[in-house]
Design a protein around this ligand. Structure first.
Ligand code: GLY
Length: 356
């Protein structure tokens, strides 16, 4: 698989997600895309320090931001915009995000407001950002009221997914990404979930020992396109989350609450994995899911992948933490519920509260 084409019809925009085996291939593709235009590379100190990517691009203008969700704020956006003006970026120029979801979301947002919008390229460096945040044009920052509450929809000009980044990741980051891939597997009728299950069987030892082997990286990178294609089908039909894009939030309302209650010590992907189990259990409780088969299948898969789905928070604290979620409407906590694998519906707690 070399590339996946994304077609956003309402804004008549298409772009490619291209897959590269190493940094040299990224360099070649970037050179063609940049085509002598002025550009600014934006990354964080973690990626800058840990990967050899910037050895290849040492002569480029680069802004290095502080890493972490805590820095996903207006201060960082100001730094990006200021650097853009200092480096004389104009409306033909490019911003290039090299990082995980935090960097990608911020560069997407900054580029959407710089001179009323310029193009940007996503180079995701984590598995999570390859399969999720780099695709679909959601951009934004956090504030004291919650995550991603300020932002825009701004599609990238190109996404370059490079396998070499995966070998720089801590094992927990692999599991973070796999949780979102499993989410794609549950919302789709295709074979993605069973392919992840096959991968878990083949790589039992690696997952047991949290060992980021070459074999593991190769096998996971091979199914990244499959995961992205599930998201592609959805965002092409509903760019701005008016209807089916909401299904991609499966486990996220619970997940965000778990992240908040754990003071962000539970990483996003793991919180989503726990959140998906809460959604499945709620679906069963509301008799939307008719039996426990999918719940059991899900738990068995997570056990094989060594992903912890236990939850120490009680449902009342979770519901309380959910009240500020931006996906709520008219004070109702909206939930993504599961009827079956590949059959997703929107619901809430109203029925349950009415019964209390
Ligand atoms: N992360 C969910 C979405 O992009 O809609």
């Amino acid at each position: 698989m070399d590339k996946i084409e994304i077609h956003i019809k309402n804004i008549k925009k298409s772009y490619d997600i291209e897959f590269c085996k190493d940094f040299e291939e990224v360099k070649k593709k970037l050179k063609e895309e940049i085509n002598n235009r002025n550009c600014l590379f934006i990354t964080d100190d973690n990626v800058f320090r840990k990967t050899k990517f910037f050895n290849i691009f040492s002569n480029k203008k680069t802004l290095v931001l502080k890493n972490g969700e805590i820095n996903k704020n207006f201060e960082s956006i100001n730094k990006i915009l200021k650097k853009g003006f200092e480096e004389k970026l104009d409306r033909e120029s490019l911003m290039i995000a090299i990082g995980g979801g935090v960097v990608g979301d911020m560069v997407g947002f900054a580029s959407s407001i710089y001179m009323r919008g310029i193009n940007f390229i996503q180079i995701p460096t984590t598995l999570l950002s390859m399969v999720d945040s780099s695709v679909g044009g959601k951009t934004g920052i956090d504030n004291e009221y919650g995550k991603n509450l300020i932002g825009t929809f701004h599609q990238p000009k190109k996404v370059l997914c490079c396998k070499e980044f995966l070998s720089t990741l801590k094992f927990i980051e692999i599991k973070n990404g796999l949780s979102e891939m499993i989410k794609h597997g549950i919302i789709s009728k295709n074979k993605h979930l069973s392919n992840i299950n096959n991968l878990a069987n083949e790589l039992k030892k690696e997952f047991k020992e949290s060992h980021n082997s070459v074999n593991l990286i190769n096998k996971i990178f091979n199914i990244v396109p499959e995961s992205i294609k599930i998201k592609k089908e959805i965002i092409e039909k509903d760019e701005t989350e008016k209807n089916i894009r909401k299904f991609l939030n499966l486990g996220h309302t619970y997940g965000h609450a778990i992240e908040i209650l754990s003071n962000f010590k539970t990483p996003h992907g793991i919180a989503v994995a726990k959140g998906i189990l809460c959604s499945l259990n709620e679906s069963k409780k509301q008799k939307i899911l008719s039996n426990n088969d999918l719940i059991n299948e899900y738990k068995v898969l997570l056990d094989k992948l060594n992903i912890d789905y236990s939850n120490i928070f009680d449902i009342d604290s979770i519901k309380n933490a959910m009240t500020h979620d931006k996906k709520n409407t008219s004070g109702i906590i909206n939930l993504v519920l599961v009827k079956n694998k590949g059959e997703i519906i929107m619901g809430n707690f109203t029925k349950e509260i009415g019964n209390e």
